[in-house]
Design a protein around this ligand. Structure first.
Ligand code: IYR
Length: 243
């Protein structure tokens, strides 16, 4: 039989490992229905103007704006509230240069052999290639790392849950925040991205997830003239009606 003192010790440790939250009232903001429609329309109207931009100005952007975008990203829901993300914001020209060189080396290999013919054809309409000058021109590179597991003070591993989903949601909010403040970004995923952890000194348990160049668009920046799927192509109501 396990002695009582040992059992108590286990229970104490379990309690300490698992933070128990007290529950507090949710502070809900209710709007009149007309205002709900206005707000919903306004947000849609703003977000539908967002575009992935590949041509950046070198015009500086205040660090506080990047802080606010990261704080906005950090409001994302996450599996077991583990918040398994780490954003590394880079403005140092030497580090940006190292990232550009390493990314272009990988991308060159991708575009010249690693990517299938089918993939290259899918990208052709976008006009992308291995060259990534924006990695040096944009005033900020923000890299989201996904933390595969956490580490407790005593060195024990803490399991994270739904890491991909959590980071995806956080990055979505980051993108919305950048757009909302009047800046532009691009979800850039040079592949493979291992070099980012090495250059930025992140531990192995953190995997590079998305690299965001952030800044103002270059004067005369262009974007592909593409359209988005219509509502009927992305929604089904109940058992089949699509409009
Ligand atoms: N990572 C490469 C290739 C690329 C892949 C997809 I899927 C894109 O939507 C765009 C680019 C690059 O950045 O060029």
């Amino acid at each position: 039989m396990v002695p009582d003192t040992t059992r108590h010790e286990h229970a104490r440790q379990a309690q300490q490992a698992m933070k128990t939250y007290t529950h507090v009232p949710y502070r809900h903001t209710e709007y009149p229905e007309r205002e709900m429609h206005e707000r919903a329309n306004a947000l849609y109207d703003e977000l539908r103007r967002r575009r992935s931009v590949r041509f950046f100005s070198d015009r500086p952007v205040a660090r506080e704006l990047i802080e606010l975008a990261v704080m906005t990203a950090g409001t994302a829901p996450s599996g077991a509230h583990r918040q398994p993300w780490r954003f590394v914001a880079v403005s140092d020209p030497d580090i940006k240069r190292r990232i550009r060189i390493a990314a272009e080396k990988e991308e060159h290999e991708s575009y010249h052999g690693r990517m299938s013919e089918e993939w290259l054809q899918a990208l052709a309409p976008l006009g992308t290639d291995w060259r990534k000058p924006f990695l040096e021109i944009a005033p900020w590179l923000v890299v989201c790392f996904a933390e595969s597991y956490g580490v407790r003070n005593d060195g024990a591993r803490i399991k994270n849950y739904y890491v991909q989903e959590s980071c995806g949601i956080a990055c979505g909010l980051f993108i919305a925040a950048i757009h909302h403040m009047g800046l532009v970004t691009l979800t850039h995923t040079p592949s493979p991205m291992r070099f980012l952890g090495e250059i930025l000194g992140r531990p192995k348990r953190e995997r590079p997830y998305i690299l965001f160049p952030v800044g103002y668009p270059a004067a005369g920046a262009t974007v592909p003239d593409l359209s988005r799927k219509s509502l009927k192509d992305v929604v089904q109501w109940d058992l089949g009606e699509t409009v």
